[in-house]
Each structure stands twice: as C-alpha cells, then as structure tokens.
Write a protein that binds this ligand. Structure first.
Ligand code: NDP
Length: 392
C-alpha cells in the first residue's frame, strides 16, 4: 500500500498534475480528475480516416520474401488497395497468409489454375512478384484474364518479352506498370524535382552503386530464373540515371566479373561496372554487385553543387544531402535535407490504383520497363564483347 501510494505521488508530480486517479486503491477522487478518454471531444490533430469511394482489389502472385515481408504489410498503410486474392505454389503457406490478412480460401490460386482469376470480380489488379523469368508469362495471363498488372522489376528477361507484355496490355486495354517504387518515394521525388529545374545548375555527371551480399540459395543466383546483379540491383542505377538526367543513353560500356571459384556465381556474374553516355554529354558511372556489403547510393554532380542520396534505394532510412558552392568566393554550404519518409509499397499500390480509378497517367509504364531492358541488353553485350555499344 505504501509503495503504491509513493509511486502514485511520484508519478503525479512527474506529470506536473494535481490530478488524482480515482480507481487507485485507497485513493479518493478529486473534482479536477483527469479523464483519460473524453467521450465528447477528440484531439484536434487526430486524423479520422474516411472510407474511400472505391478501393481496388489486388491479387498477389508469388509469396516470397518481398511479398510477405514488404508488400502484404504495406496494405495496412494503403488507402486505395486491399489484398483480395493470393497465387502460390505452396497451398499451406498461402492458406496461412490468407488467414492472416482475411482473404477467403476460395480466392487462393496456384500457377496452374491462375487463369480462373478471370471469374473473380473482386480482383482488379494483379501484382507479379515472381522470379524474373516468370514475369512475362504471368503478366500476359493476368492481362488476358481482364486484370490490370503491376509487375516487379526488372520487367522481364529480354526486350522481346517486354514488348510482348506491352502489346498484350494494348490489345486488352488493361494498364501495365512496372514496380519502380522510388517514383513514389519522397526523397527521390525531391531529387527529380531539383534536377528537372536545374536547381544546382546543369548536371555534369552521375554516379550510383547498388550492391549487396546474396546468400545461396536465391533466385538471384539462377540464370534460368533470370537472376544476375544487372537486372536485380543494377536496374535501380539505370532507372535513377534516367529520372535524374532526363535523357536516354546513346552509348554504353561495361565490365563484369564472375568468380568461378565462388559456388554462388556459377551461373551469373557477381558484379558489373558500367558507364552510360547521354546526348547532352552527361556521363553516368555505375556499379552493382551480389558480393559486397550493402551499399545503395547515388550522387549527382552539377555546375554549382552536388546532391547525395545515401542510401538511395533501400526500403527505409534514406538520407538526402546537398552541397552548394558560391560562384564568387567558393564558400561551400552542406546541409542534410529532412523530408518525411513513407512506405514505398503502400504509395506505389495507391498510386497505381489511383491511375486506374481516375484513368490518369501511370508513373512507371511498360515503356519505361522496356527502355531499361534495352539498356540492360546493351550493357550485357558491352561486357561480353568489351566494346562500346551504341543505342538508337
Ligand atoms: P523470392 O525468391 O523470395 O520469392 C519468389 C516467389 O516466387 C517464391 O516464394 C515462390 O512463391 C514464387 N515462385 C514460383 N516459381 C518459383 C521458382 N521456380 N523458384 C522460386 N520461386 C518461385 O524472391 P523475392 O521476393 O526476393 O523477389 C521476387 C521478385 O520481386 C523479383 O522479380 C525481384 O526482382 C523483385 N523484387 C523487387 C524489390 C523491390 O524493391 N521492388 C525487392 C526485392 C525483390 P510461392 O512459394 O508462393 O509459389
């Protein structure tokens, strides 16, 4: 009793309040008691969500690491997208995931009966999160089933596949987007805006790295499944170079390394270093690897300063720094730029849902995926031949 009372007194004095909480044993209520949940008032800053006019139903295809660790939880923050169906080769796993997210078991499909999603009116959008070698087949089947598709990056394993996917989207009149989540991410968007308005003068060069250590077994280490660092992580550097520079490259060169004494790299290279030259003369210098500690950054060198985003491509914790240099006295001013971070996947799913609902423009259309596939193919050729490859 004494202990309870002493602790109570300490607590109230810490709170700086004269209030007495009436339901503590042996302590009487006073008139100015704090009421913890006033039924008549809500805090002014409390955002009470409104029910959106329409949310779209999403089917998730492939319940692997990205789907289970990032995408499914992101639905909790999405406003226009809700999970309504799952597609998996593992029925027990799919049933557990369905129960966790309130998805009915009759909306679980496998890769064989996948086409019957056409008969499920709850599914508006199909999100392909499969190994890269399966993107084209399942995107095309989903489009033909009358659904819109968000397909993970890289779009496919060849330009030819990417073009077929786009042709089916055009034929069916359904929307096809590639999951370049950074086009919805606030810090990358800030860099895009600065570069677009040439805030630090003309862009002169761009450098980017996207490296990680991949442990076997992993789809990324399989040639048959479309693995390799260029399509998996290098594509972020290629795509960022476009949204920073605002042009398509005209020439590319590349080196790759495949250490055959490391069993992980029997089928795919460990790393690529590559260069891309743009019509304005801007040069991009990039590297990607499956054999180093994690490093995901870019720097934009401009006439009057530079922009660093490090990390730039991670799911969270992105850090933006800018440095400007005075023309007259050379004084340098470096500052960190604070911008509220957001869940990339929730924003991406909402963004695509919004484009479907409003008939608006898709931020990351099939054309963007094909443009990246063209660069990837040119870089593969450059690494193989040791020659600079020209792009039309
Ligand atoms: P995982 O290997 O973790 O998952 C892939 C899933 O695909 C498997 O769990 C399995 O699901 C299904 N699958 C079907 N057939 C096969 C097969 N033959 N071999 C292996 N898996 C198969 O990969 P990730 O989740 O890491 O990557 C999936 C895709 O997402 C890739 O295209 C990758 O590039 C992309 N990605 C994108 C990221 C981003 O930030 N945008 C980040 C990470 C990945 P089931 O058991 O349910 O059938």
């Amino acid at each position: 009793m004494d202990y309870t009372r002493r602790r109570f007194i300490t607590t109230t004095s810490l709170l700086g309040s004269s209030a007495v909480i009436s339901n503590l044993e042996g302590v009487a209520a006073t008139e100015d008691a704090v009421r913890l949940a006033p039924p008549d008032k809500q805090p002014a800053e409390l955002e009470v969500p409104e029910r959106p006019e329409k949310t779209l139903g999403w089917a998730i295809v492939g319940l692997g690491q990205l789907a289970l660790e990032e995408v499914m939880p992101a639905f909790g923050e999405a406003k226009l997208a809700k999970p309504v169906a799952l597609v998996s080769g593992h029925p027990e796993k799919a049933a557990k995931v369905a129960d966790a997210y309130g998805i009915p078991h009759d909306s679980i499909y496998n890769y064989e009966n996948f086409d019957s999603i056409a008969d499920n009116p709850d599914i508006d959008v199909v999100y392909i999160i499969l190994p890269n070698s399966m993107h084209a087949e399942f995107t095309i089947r989903a489009l033909k089933a009358g659904k819109h598709v968000l397909c993970e990056k890289p779009m496919a394993v060849s330009v030819e596949e990417g073009e077929k996917m786009k042709a089916v989207a055009d034929e069916t009149g359904k929307k096809l987007a590639i999951a370049y989540r950074l086009h919805y991410e606030p810090l990358n968007l800030q860099v895009m805006a600065w570069c677009n308005e040439q805030k630090f003068g003309k862009i002169k060069s761009f450098s980017a790295s996207n490296c990680q250590n991949v442990k076997a077994p992993n789809i990324r280490l399989s040639a048959k499944l479309g693995g390799g660092p260029l399509g998996d992580v290098g594509v972020y550097c290629i795509n960022a170079a476009r949204y920073v520079i605002g042009e398509e490259p005209v020439e590319v060169g590349a080196f790759s390394h495949q250490p055959l004494d490391d069993p992980r790299f029997k089928e795919v290279p460990e790393s690529f270093i590559f260069h891309m030259k743009y019509p304005s003369g801007v040069i991009a210098s990039c590297d990607c690897s499956f054999g180093t500690a994690e490093s995901r950054r870019f720097r934009v060198h401009c006439e009057k300063g530079f922009i660093d985003l490090d990390p730039a491509f991670s799911y969270a914790g992105l850090k933006l720094t800018k440095l400007t240099q005075d023309d007259d006295d050379g004084t340098k001013l470096r500052s960190d730029v604070m911008i509220e971070q957001a869940n990339h996947f929730a924003r991406e799913m909402d963004g695509f849902s919004e484009a479907i609902l409003s008939g608006g423009e898709i931020k990351t259309p099939a054309e963007m995926g094909i443009a990246d596939m063209k660069i990837i193919e040119a870089l593969q050729e450059a690494a193989k031949t040791g020659k600079v490859v020209r792009l039309s």
